[in-house]
Design a protein around this ligand. Structure first.
Ligand code: ZN
Length: 97
């Protein structure tokens, strides 16, 4: 009944309505300070190397060059293995908010 295309659009709407700061909050991570937060992709010794993009929906690590959007951040934190899983993780947490 529901096509894969419809599912993909649902995922996309979850990602476009979620910011990097939202993911950090939902993952119980410290909020960005002046746009910087701790990179989930390398051992950072507490330094905030990852930077939130101007629109708040993408991030880039100046130390290890990891980057991505909201989905990649959820995956980097280990809460999902792929975009579909990241969408489910976000939907579950946004539903209880
Ligand atoms: Zn990094």
């Amino acid at each position: 009944m529901t096509s894969d295309g419809g599912r993909a659009r649902d995922e996309q709407s979850v990602f476009t309505s979620t910011t990097v700061a939202d993911v950090l909050r939902l993952a119980n991570r410290p909020a960005p300070v002046k746009g910087y937060f701790r990179c989930p992709a390398h051992a950072d010794s507490g330094r905030k190397n990852a930077h939130v993009s101007r629109d708040g929906r993408a991030w880039y690590c100046h130390r290890c060059n990891a980057r991505g959007g909201v989905a990649e951040l959820v995956i980097a934190f280990g809460h999902a293995r792929d975009r579909a899983g990241a969408a489910r993780w976000l939907e579950a947490r946004r539903a209880v908010r």
